[in-house]
Ligand binder design. Structure first.
Ligand code: ZN
Ligand code: FE
Length: 241
């Protein structure tokens, strides 16, 4: 499977996943349509599917135009079907979604939104996680609580460490600055932030990340209790830096 990153809006990443064997191509969380159509055309790929992780417009805004242009089939969370009117297939935790011969399992990760899902392709060690897990960060709790997000992150932390995590935003530098206030003596975190600062100064992206890296440096995944998680989440909500 080949995965291409398409920057969109201010700080979104749209991911395009291509299975060369079947020729199938899926777009994950299209914030907008045109940059996706351009990126696919440049590679000679025909978009056959759209996968949404949650209803927010910066993850679904391109659904209708992409569907109209390509006939792609749209898959997304059943719990948010009313807010994603372009859905063709509604899925819930444990459901399988296939891209050619590749299989994704749907994981329910509610908290950022009430019906947020992630797509885990175990055979590829790939996770499309939307706005649930970010590099050194996690999604804000708009429609859920700290207990839910803490549980989500513990489940994601238990995935194989080599799993590549495709987040939907470039929030890494700001997340890292906050993480350093939580764990100033974490050597892995300090090292990572040096790399992130260098990458951003050069205009480079810092995602995908990996489960292994997040286990070492992500203060939200590393929280040892719901209370500690909640304290850190609140701290980040009011953090300026
Ligand atoms: Zn969102
Ligand atoms: Fe988002």
């Amino acid at each position: 499977m080949e995965i291409v990153r398409v920057p969109a809006l201010t700080d979104n990443y749209i991911w395009i996943a291509h299975d060369a064997t079947s020729g199938e191509t899926a777009v994950i969380d299209p914030a907008e349509a045109q940059p996706v159509l351009d990126a696919a055309a440049a590679r000679g790929w025909r978009i056959t599917q759209i996968w949404n992780t949650h209803w927010h417009p910066d993850h679904t805004g391109g659904n209708a135009a992409l569907k109209a242009a390509t006939g792609a089939r749209v898959t997304g969370p059943a719990a948010e079907a009313g807010r994603i009117p372009t859905l063709d297939r509604q899925v819930a935790g444990g459901d399988r979604v296939s891209l050619g011969s590749l299989n994704a399992k749907v994981m329910e990760v509610p908290a950022h939104t009430a019906g947020h899902i992630a797509y885990h392709l175990a055979g590829e060690a790939v996770l499309f996680v939307g706005d649930t897990l970010f590099a050194m960060g996690c999604g804000r709790l708009f429609e859920g609580n700290a207990g839910q997000m803490h549980a989500n992150l513990q489940r994601l932390a238990a995935l194989p460490p080599e799993t590549r995590v495709f987040c939907a935003h470039e929030y890494t530098q700001s997340n890292g600055r906050f993480a350093l206030t939580v764990e100033p003596d974490n050597a892995a975190l300090r090292r990572r932030m040096e790399e992130v600062d260098a990458a951003r100064a050069a205009g480079e992206a810092t995602v995908p990340t990996t489960i292994a890296l997040e286990r070492e440096t992500n203060p939200f995944m590393r929280a040892v209790s719901v209370e500690q998680f909640a304290e850190r989440r609140h701290g980040k909500d009011v953090f300026r830096g």
